[in-house]
Design a protein around this ligand. Structure first.
Ligand code: ACM
Length: 594
C-alpha cells in the first residue's frame, strides 16, 4: 500500500473534479474533506520520512534504493546550472562516503540502472522555477525539474530520505579561519558542533514518488556584519546551511553606524585599515577575531561569495543603508551630511537636499551592482532620524522646490529617486517598511518588520499593488532569545522571546494583504542582527532550529499547520545538523508540543 500525504485543502478543486461533487454545498464539502484530511494525515504522516520542509506530495512505494560510492550522479548535457545542482549532490555524497564522487554529463533522459539522474526532459512545467518530481525506485533515482533549481532541491530531498550521515560535514572551527579567538567566549552556545559522523559505505533510501514546489519565491535570512564581522568562510558556511533547508536568499547587512564592510574602490576612506571606525565600542567588545587584518570584504571576496552561493541556488541581496543608519559613511569625509548654520552637521543621516549626496550614493551603488547580480538591492531606509533635515538649508529648499510638506515626504522623495536609479539599471529597490510610510513607488518591495505597527501601512501598500516580504519582529527576529531562561540562554536583544513554535506560527500573508491579492507577499525572511552575537557557533545557535520552522513556512503548502508533527521531524533534522557540524539550540520543555 502506498503511504502518502498531500495538502488536501490545497487539492480541493482537483478532488472536486475527480469525484464530481459539484452539486454538494461547498462549505459542507470543505468541512468533510478537511475532517478526512485530519483523520488520515497524522497517522500516515508518522510513517513518512522526516522531511523538512515537508513537500507537497510524498508517496512511499515500498522497497529501497541503495546509494554507494559506485552510484553514478548524472545530469543531462547542455545545462550548466543542472551541472551545478548535480555537482552539489555529488559533493555531499563525497563527504558522506569520504570518497571523490564526480557528477557526469549524459545524453540520457532516463537513469541507467543504479544511477541518479537529474534532467529537465519530460518535466512538468507546472512545477515552476523551483519545483521538481523525484522518483526513487529500487533501480535508481530520477529527478525531473523544469529548471535546475528544482533539481537542486530534489537532491536535498533525496539526501533527507537517507540516514542523517548523508549530511556528513565539518564544523567551521575558528582557528582555521585566519582569525584567532582572542577573547574567551565560554558559553556552551559558542562551542562549535564538531561532527562525529563517520564515513559510511552506503546510504539506503526508501522508494518514493515526490512532487514538490515552494509556496514562496523569497525564502531568506539576513546576517549582520556591520555589528559583528563574519569572515567569508563563515558566510559561505552560512549559505551552505541555508541551502540544505531550501532557503534561497541571504541578505547582507553590509553598512550601519558601527561599520562599513564593503570595499568601494572610489572611496577608500570608507574602509580604513582595519575598518575599526566604530561609533559603537560594543561592536569591538563583541568581536572575537581581533587578529583579522581587516573588518571589511574586498569586492573580489564578495564575488567569490556570490558565485559560491549561486552554486547552491542562493541569491545574495546586498543591503547598503541609506538615508539613515549611515554613521560609518558619515565618518568617511565624503560630505554627505546636512549643512546647518554653515557647518556639516553630525548624526547618522545623509542630506537628501543636496545633489552631491545622490552622486556619492549612486556611485557606491554602481560598484555594489557590479559585484552583486541580484535583481533585488536593499537600501534599508529604516529608523531614519530627520531632525537635521528640518534645519538644513538644502533640505528645506528641496522640500520647497518639490512641494514636499514634511520631512517624511522628503524621505519618500529620497527613496523614490533611488528606486528610479535602480530601475534604470534593471534592479528593484527593497527597503524596510518605512519606505511604505513615506510613499515608495510601486515596484519597490517593502519588508514588513514592525509587527502590528506597520499593519495599516501594508494594507494601504497592497491597495497600490506593492509587493512585500514578511519579516515581522514577532516571529522573525532570530537575535531575540529562544526561551525566557536568562541562566541558560545567551543574551538576546531586548526582552523578547521567539520560541521555535513562535517561529513556526508566522503568518506569511497578513489578512489585509490576502484580501487584496495573496500573491503580493513574495515570502518570508528571518533576521540575525549582530549586536548581541559573539561567535559563529553563537549565530548558528540563534538560527537553528528556528530556521527549520521558517523553511517550512516558506516552502510547504498552505493549510493547517501541525506543530507536533513538525517537532517530531525537527528531531531528525537535528541529527542531520549534528552530522553536518552545524550548531543549534537543543529544544527544551518550552518547545514541546502541548
Ligand atoms: C530594523 O530592524 N530596523 C529593520
Amino acid at each position: 500500500m502506498p503511504t502518502s500525504i498531500q495538502s488536501l485543502a490545497g487539492q480541493l478543486p482537483a478532488l472536486l473534479r475527480t469525484f464530481g461533487f459539484a452539486a454538494v454545498p461547498m462549505p459542507l464539502l470543505r468541512l468533510a474533506l478537511l475532517s478526512l484530511a485530519m483523520a488520515v494525515v497524522p497517522a500516515r504522516a508518522a510513517d513518512l520520512p522526516a522531511l523538512i520542509p515537508m513537500p507537497v506530495s510524498v508517496t512511499l512505494t515500498g522497497g529501497q534504493f541503495t546509494i554507494t560510492p559506485a552510484t553514478k550522479v548524472l545530469h543531462t548535457k547542455g545545462d550548466a546550472r543542472l551541472a551545478d545542482a548535480a555537482a552539489y549532490l555529488a559533493q555531499r555524497l563525497s563527504q558522506a562516503f569520504d570518497r571523490n564522487i564526480v557528477a557526469e554529463a549524459t545524453e540520457a533522459t532516463e537513469a541507467p540502472s543504479g544511477a541518479i539522474l537529474m534532467t529537465t526532459a519530460g518535466a512538468d512545467a507546472a512545477l515552476g522555477d523551483e519545483g521538481y518530481a523525484l522518483a526513487v525506485t529500487a533501480q535508481g533515482a530520477v529527478i525531473r525539474a523544469p529548471q535546475a533549481a528544482g533539481a537542486f532541491y530534489a537532491g536535498i530531498t533525496l539526501l533527507q530520505l537517507a540516514p542523517a550521515a548523508a549530511f556528513r560535514g565539518q564544523a567551521l572551527v575558528e582557528d582555521k579561519l585566519g582569525g584567532v579567538l582572542t577573547k574567551p567566549a565560554p558559553r556552551p552556545c559558542d562551542e562549535p558542533n564538531i561532527s562525529s559522523a563517520k564515513p559510511v559505505e552506503s546510504l539506503a533510501v526508501p522508494c518514493a514518488t515526490i512532487t514538490d514546489q515552494p509556496r514562496f519565491a523569497w525564502r531568506g535570512l539576513l546576517i549582520d556584519m556591520a555589528r559583528h564581522f563574519w569572515t567569508i568562510e563563515e558566510l559561505k558556511a552560512y549559505v551552505d546551511y541555508l541551502a540544505i533547508h531550501k532557503l534561497n536568499s541571504l541578505q547582507l547587512h553590509l553598512t550601519d553606524y558601527q561599520n562599513w564592510c564593503i570595499e568601494i574602490m572610489k572611496f577608500p576612506s570608507l574602509t580604513p585599515e582595519k575598518a575599526l571606525n566604530a561609533a559603537d565600542p560594543q561592536r569591538l567588545a563583541n568581536q572575537t577575531y581581533d587578529a583579522l587584518a581587516r573588518h571589511y570584504y574586498t569586492q573580489e571576496e564578495l564575488r567569490g561569495l556570490v558565485s559560491y552561493a549561486a552554486k547552491r541556488f542562493v541569491n545574495i541581496v546586498p543591503e547598503i543603508e541609506m538615508p539613515g543608519h549611515c554613521g560609518a559613511l558619515m565618518q568617511a569625509g565624503l560630505n554627505v551630511g546636512c549643512t546647518i548654520d554653515g557647518k556639516q552637521a553630525g548624526g547618522g543621516e545623509v542630506c537628501p537636499g543636496d545633489d552631491h549626496t545622490y552622486v556619492v550614493l549612486q556611485h557606491i551603488l554602481d560598484e555594489v551592482l557590479a559585484v552583486f547580480p541580484s535583481k533585488y538591492i536593499h537600501i534599508g531606509a529604516d529608523e531614519c532620524g530627520k531632525g537635521n533635515w528640518g534645519k538644513c538649508t538644502e533640505c528645506r529648499k528641496r522640500m520647497q522646490d518639490e512641494g514636499l510638506k514634511s520631512t517624511t515626504e522628503l524621505h519618500g522623495y529620497f527613496v523614490g529617486r533611488m528606486s528610479d536609479y535602480l530601475q534604470q539599471k534593471s534592479r528593484t529597490l527593497v527597503g524596510w517598511d518605512e519606505i511604505l510610510e513615506s510613499g515608495a513607488k510601486t515596484g519597490a518591495i517593502g519588508m514588513y518588520w514592525r509587527s502590528g505597527q506597520a499593519d495599516k501601512l501594508i494594507a494601504n501598500a497592497s491597495q497600490n499593488g506593492q509587493h512585500l516580504v514578511m519579516t515581522p519582529t514577532a516571529h522573525c527576529y532570530f537575535d531575540f532569545v529562544q526561551a525566557p531562561n536568562k541562566q541558560s540562554e545567551p543574551e538576546g536583544f531586548g526582552g523578547n522571546v521567539i520560541t521555535l513554535k513562535t517561529a513556526y506560527q508566522l503568518n506569511p500573508i497578513p489578512t489585509e494583504v490576502a484580501k487584496v491579492d495573496p500573491k503580493l507577499s513574495l515570502g518570508v525572511q528571518a533576521n540575525l542582527w549582530g549586536e548581541r552575537m559573539k561567535t559563529f557557533p553563537h549565530v548558528l545557535y540563534m538560527t537553528y532550529p528556528r530556521a527549520c520552522a521558517l523553511a517550512e513556512v516558506a516552502w510547504s503548502p498552505d493549510g493547517p499547520r501541525d506543530y507536533a508533527g513538525f517537532f517530531q521531524r525537527v528531531k531528525t533534522q537535528l541529527k542531520r545538523l549534528d552530522a553536518a557540524g552545524i550548531n543549534y539550540r537543543q529544544p527544551t520543555v518550552i518547545d514541546q508540543p502541548e
